[in-house]
Write a protein of this length. Structure first.
Lengths: 276, 536
């Protein structure tokens, strides 16, 4: 309760939380408000926004309802963003904890692999991966996770390096706990907070990467994605700019919301740390 | 597309046509075309091999047809739709075993050597027949080319070959390359494939990868006073949206092959100084086709194929996807073909209820979730319109309870998936009709084609009757009888639906008002542009 209170102290955090709440509501309500396939043809093609109130945001090149696409697109963006971030955090913390706790050769090997991944630009890696395996939602999630896990791995390792020298870890060793158990039950939980602070950055980056992949035609073609909507709208940018602008704004707001909320979390935990 | 209802789009399309028609008399009035000047053209792709004798495709012709000439070019009012280029006349023997070409005198290659019948013989036997994508089929029975003198070439065939086919093939398949440049070494690896040497009005001057191709005037060209232009520069603009902006900024003067997206034409036709030209592509008709994999047991059932044909609203495709710049199709020969087209074929009007009934009759009832079966749909990535039609087809199939899952691939992966691996149920393809069904159309339904041949029947369709008809037509010499056989062919294809022809479309050019003599033949964009000029 106290923590929540602290979280909502800054206006940024409130704004971020509001945007995120709206986004989650959109994603959840998508099937209720717009049942059926959002890609179904609903009206005349290229209807501008605010002309026909049954299609408030107008229609695209084929006559699909832009508002329905926007709602269902929120679902894809959120799902991909969260799943990719969760996967990246999971891989990253496991690798980082193992490397930091084991040290020696294992540390060297794992960190050199991390370096290797880090030297390849993340987006390029995702692009190559998707174009080889073929675009589908699962593949896109894995591709983004592949390019995003190195950050959490490095942070987790740094935290673990300092934590493993603490007395309670030594204590656990003395009572004969298995090293793996010490690593994941004693060290990892304490190393997590700074790693989780990275999550907002990763979610935001994942949403953007997904949009960029879809923009290049490497998203799942059977789902609506904001990036795909922008790409579709690009061919008629001069005649129907709203087709690119509407999903573009949605994308900007989402990323902004995730950042602001993340910032709020970091700040509230910083306050707590300085208090304690 | 006869259409009497007045819509905003119809009016706009009409006004665009009107605009084009007002531009035409202006071209006619210009008594003496101006000489000189540099024409800057948008190019959307950079073909690696620029030898049109090997790669007979529009992307290559767009640049190379100004450098390397054919024996004859398509024409709006010439006899048999042809006008002479390197050949002055052509005569087929009654037995179909030979065709005699009389060649133009006084023609020089760009390197100064004289053009002779030996070059034609070399091109036909060493390049068109063994190496060219289209020539392999058309010239398969060519055994020798006799050269009694420097200006006569006699093509000899092992089996009777219809003269009509050879005639129809001349504009696209007969690019003549110089023997003295190609005779040593492997033809495919010859450096002239990337810097072609020909007899055309323009010499290949320079290529900067990712930037431009430059062609310079050939002062020794055989045409009187031609060419008018000093230079043609092809500015590489791979992004389709940038062509319109470049035209408006006067950075380029011409964007052919619909480099300006259809959706932008309404707007751009109102920009002063620019004209939208829909003519000049009559000989380059693309067909929007649903390719079917007959190995799937559902699709092997004629009723299912008929249901799919009934589920497609051709009117929607023409008006919404092609914005009216297309026509609905009835069969494998496009409506604008003057020789072979027949409207007397079974048709499949848009009727969702009927499609649903057909599927019920075929025994594919809807399951509890409303779906009958699932298909993999691969839209070809070459055109925006083929991709959009893929999205539309998915919706059209959903309406009849067929769940289509779209698989997107890049060009290379698409060709491999469809034509080599057969990893598709339905595919959307844009085959080209090239003036004669035997050139690139019958191959779409004929059986016995080896795996991996792109743009051929790779759907496992086999119909002995249709195969026999195609074989018979390929050796029928009489033009009327041959034409009749191809009408029969259209009926059979429309009845049995080895593939579904949805629409036919061509391209649009947008040019500055100052560019003269454009669109004056049915293959204008890929012709030699000797008489194109810039009025300043």
């Amino acid at each position: 309760m106290n923590r929540l209170h602290r979280f909502f102290r800054t206006p940024e955090a409130i704004a971020g939380a509001l945007i995120l709440a709206l986004l989650v509501a959109m994603a959840l309500a998508a099937s209720l408000l717009f049942p059926g396939d959002p890609q179904a043809i609903a009206g005349p093609a290229l209807l501008p926004p605010f002309q026909d109130w049954s299609l408030p945001l107008g229609t695209d090149r084929l006559g699909r309802d832009v508002l329905a696409e926007l709602f269902h697109g929120a679902r894809t963006s959120l799902a991909v963003g969260l799943a990719a971030a969760a996967a990246a955090l999971l891989i990253g913390t496991v690798v980082g904890t193992l490397a930091g706790f084991a040290g020696g050769l294992i540390d060297e090997v794992l960190m050199r692999i991390t370096d290797a991944f880090q030297t390849v630009p993340g987006f390029l890696l995702a692009l190559a991966f998707v174009s080889i395996v073929g675009p589908s939602l699962g593949v896109v999630v894995v591709a983004i996770a592949l390019s995003a896990w190195t950050g959490p791995a490095r942070v987790a390792r740094a935290e673990v390096l300092s934590i493993r020298e603490r007395d309670y870890v030594a204590g656990a060793r003395v009572i004969g706990m298995h090293p793996i158990a010490i690593a994941f039950r004693e060290v990892l939980p304490n190393a997590l907070p700074p790693v989780l602070a990275l999550s907002s950055v990763i979610v935001a980056a994942a949403i953007l990467t997904e949009a960029a992949l879809s923009f290049l035609g490497l998203g799942d073609p059977n789902r609506v994605t904001w990036g795909g909507m922008i790409a579709e709208g690009r061919t008629v940018l001069r005649t129907a700019p709203y087709l690119s602008i509407v999903p573009g704004i949605a994308l900007v707001l989402t990323v902004l919301g995730v950042y602001l909320a993340g910032e709020g979390v970091v700040e509230s935990s910083a306050v707590r740390r300085s208090l304690s | 597309m006869p259409e009497l209802t007045i819509s905003r789009r119809g009016l706009l399309a009409g006004s665009a046509l009107l605009l084009a028609s007002t531009a035409l008399p202006a071209i006619g009035r210009a008594q003496a075309p101006k000489k000189g000047g540099r024409l800057i053209v948008a190019a959307d792709s950079e073909p690696r091999n620029l030898n049109p004798a090997i790669v007979a495709s529009n992307g290559v012709f767009f640049i190379s047809s100004k450098v390397v000439e054919t024996l004859a070019e398509a024409s709006f009012d010439g006899k048999d739709g042809l006008e002479p280029r390197l050949a002055l006349s052509w005569e087929g023997a009654a037995d179909g075993l030979s065709v005699t070409f009389k060649l133009r005198d006084g023609v020089k290659w760009h390197d100064g050597k004289p053009f002779t019948s030996a070059d034609v013989a070399f091109s036909a036997l060493q390049v068109w027949k063994p190496l060219q994508n289209l020539g392999r089929t058309v010239f398969k029975d060519l055994v020798a080319v006799d050269t009694p003198d420097n200006l006569t070439a006699v093509f000899k065939f092992a089996k009777p070959t219809p003269f009509q086919l050879i005639r129809n093939a001349l504009p696209a398949l007969s690019s003549v390359v110089p023997k003295h440049v190609y005779e040593n070494g492997k033809i495919e690896d010859n450096p002239a494939n990337n810097a072609p040497v020909g007899t055309g009005p323009f010499k290949f001057a320079e290529y900067k990868a990712g930037q431009y191709y430059r062609l310079a005037k050939n002062a020794d060209y055989w045409g009187m006073d031609e060419p008018y232009l000093d230079e043609i520069v092809y500015q590489v603009l791979p992004d389709r949206t940038s062509a319109a902006a470049a035209l408006e900024a006067e950075e380029i003067q011409l964007a052919a092959f619909s480099a300006v997206p259809l959706a932008d034409l309404d707007r751009i036709s109102k920009v002063p100084g620019l004209k939208v030209v829909t003519k000049g592509y009559e000989g380059l008709t693309y067909q929007l086709v649903v390719e079917i994999n007959h190995r799937r047991k559902e699709l092997a059932d004629l009723k299912v194929r008929q249901a799919i044909a009934h589920a497609i609203d051709e009117d929607f495709v023409v008006k919404t996807i092609f914005l009216g710049y297309a026509a609905s199709a009835t069969g494998p020969v496009p409506k604008n073909d003057p020789q072979f087209y027949t409207a007397d074929v079974p048709t499949y009007p848009f009727d969702v209820a009927k499609a649903n009934n057909l599927l019920d009759e075929a025994g594919y009832k809807r399951a509890d979730d409303g779906k009958r079966f699932t298909l993999k749909l691969l839209p070809a990535p070459y055109f925006n319109e083929t991709k959009q039609f893929g999205d539309y087809l998915r919706q059209a199939l959903a309406a009849i309870g067929v769940d289509a899952e779209i698989v997107n691939n890049d060009s290379a992966a698409h060709i491999k998936a469809v034509y080599t691996d057969h990893a598709f149920d339905l595919a959307v393809g844009p085959p080209v009709f090239r003036g004669d069904p035997a050139i690139s159309t019958t191959i779409l339904v004929q059986s016995g084609i080896p795996d991996g041949v792109p743009f051929s029947n790779q759907g496992g369709y086999k119909n002995a009757e249709l195969d026999a008809l195609i074989a018979k037509a390929s050796e029928t010499l009489d033009t009327a009888a041959r034409t009749e056989l191809y009408r029969e062919f259209q009926k059979k294809v429309a009845a049995d639906l080895p593939l579904i022809n949805v629409a036919e479309w061509s391209f649009i050019s947008v040019a500055r008002d100052t560019v003269g003599n454009i669109a004056n033949n049915p293959r204008w964009a890929v012709s030699n542009w000797a008489d194109t000029y810039l009025a300043r």
